[in-house]
Design a protein around this ligand. Structure first.
Ligand SMILES: C[S@@+](CC[C@H](N)C(=O)[O-])C[C@H]1O[C@@H](n2cnc3c(N)ncnc32)[C@H](O)[C@@H]1O
Length: 206
């Protein structure tokens, strides 16, 4: 049973913190590239939903373990012409068959899952051959100063923020998953403390 902090405070922090203008702009680099049958892992409150290109996406399946965030996501999806299916569950064990999705989208979620390698293995399993993983994550700074502080603060930070880690390296994890990394980028997001500002995004093919 999740604590009241995780049930009440964390979903509000996520719904608000993850829809800041600067982060929405970063999402524009990634989410509109999705096409066909799409799976969004850690769909949260549905912050990405408005950014999918309705002319390219045929259906959108989302999965997330938080009933509170899924309730927000369902409100966002209500009345949308796009076919949505939202499931409660964890991405380490996706309840979907092999080789079914054209695109898997993961944004600001590999930081929070229990086992990023297992989640990426699952993403790879459910992607069709030739399918695309799109990702956007914050993570480990390449600079020793911020990295040292990320390591120091992470134990407390992850307890307050629904298991969000500061030191995970998204692009390296995607490469290690066996998917073939294509376009990718990284930069500090201006206006954010360096502990939180290192962003990595890209796409990878199965
Ligand atoms: C920082 S939020 C990001 C939400 C959303 N992806 C976005 O970009 O706004 C992290 C999300 O990961 C979800 N999450 C945590 N552990 C997970 C797991 N094992 N499998 C799938 N999602 C998970 C949380 O419930 C939360 O919705």
């Amino acid at each position: 049973m999740a604590s009241w902090w995780d049930r009440i405070v964390v979903p509000r922090l996520i719904a608000c913190g993850c829809t800041q203008k600067e982060l929405m702009e970063l999402r524009h680099k990634v989410v509109p590239k999705a096409h066909g049958k799409v799976l969004e892992i850690g769909a949260g409150g549905g912050a990405n939903f408005p950014l999918y290109d309705r002319t390219k996406v045929s259906s959108l399946t989302g999965i997330d373990p938080s009933p509170e965030l899924l309730a927000i996501a369902r409100q966002r999806a209500a009345g949308d012409a796009l076919a949505f299916e939202l499931y409660e569950g964890v991405a380490e064990a996706l309840p979907f068959a092999d080789n079914v999705y054209d695109t898997v989208v993961i944004t600001f979620t590999l930081c929070s899952v229990s086992d990023p390698a297992q989640v990426l293995a699952e993403a790879r399993r459910v992607l069709k051959p030739g399918g695309t993983l799109l990702f956007l994550e914050h993570g480990r700074s390449p600079d020793p100063g911020p990295q040292k502080w990320q390591r120091r603060i992470e134990p407390l930070w992850k307890r307050l923020t629904g298991n969000c880690h500061l030191t995970r390296a998204a692009t390296a994890n995607v490469e290690a998953s066996g998917l073939i990394l294509q376009d990718h980028g990284s930069a500090y997001q201006p206006g954010y403390p360096k502990l939180l500002a290192w962003m990595e995004w890209g796409e990878a093919r199965k």
